[in-house]
Design a binder for this molecule. Structure first.
Ligand SMILES: [Mg+2]
Length: 125
């Protein structure tokens, strides 16, 4: 796995659960990605608009204020074609089907493992 590809890449983590967010930060810090954080869908949109150079958004589906689907839709409506990877709880079969049809670039199941996450994100570069 070539995690060197992720060095310096700007990644926005959208996650409302603080311990999950810290965990994702740790994984991505190790590969020297440039990390931005948002705790809900509205904040995600604001950070994405301020940082048009973001390479990947790692978007939780179940978020307070505005969910991942709506947030994705708004980001796309703003004209951005940034890569957006959904993260959702394992076993939410309905979720996975709607994620695929609603325009996310990829999907990762929780619990998220470092190796799996890094492989998926590296594959975009
Ligand atoms: Mg959540």
């Amino acid at each position: 796995m070539d995690t060197l590809k992720l060095k310096g890449k700007k990644i926005l983590i959208v996650e409302d659960d603080l311990s999950s967010r810290l965990y994702l930060n740790k994984i991505l810090e190790r590969v020297e990605a440039v990390i931005l954080n948002a705790g809900d869908g509205v904040e995600a949109i604001r950070v994405a608009e301020k940082n048009p150079d973001i390479d990947i958004i790692l978007m939780d589906i179940q978020l307070p204020v505005m969910d991942g689907y709506t947030s994705l839709k708004k980001i796309r409506e703003s004209g951005s074609n940034v890569k957006i990877v959904a993260q959702t709880a394992y076993g939410m079969a309905d979720d996975i089907e709607s994620i695929i049809t609603s325009g996310f670039d990829d999907c990762i199941l929780k619990p998220i493992y470092a190796k799996q996450l890094l492989e998926k994100l590296s594959s975009f570069f």
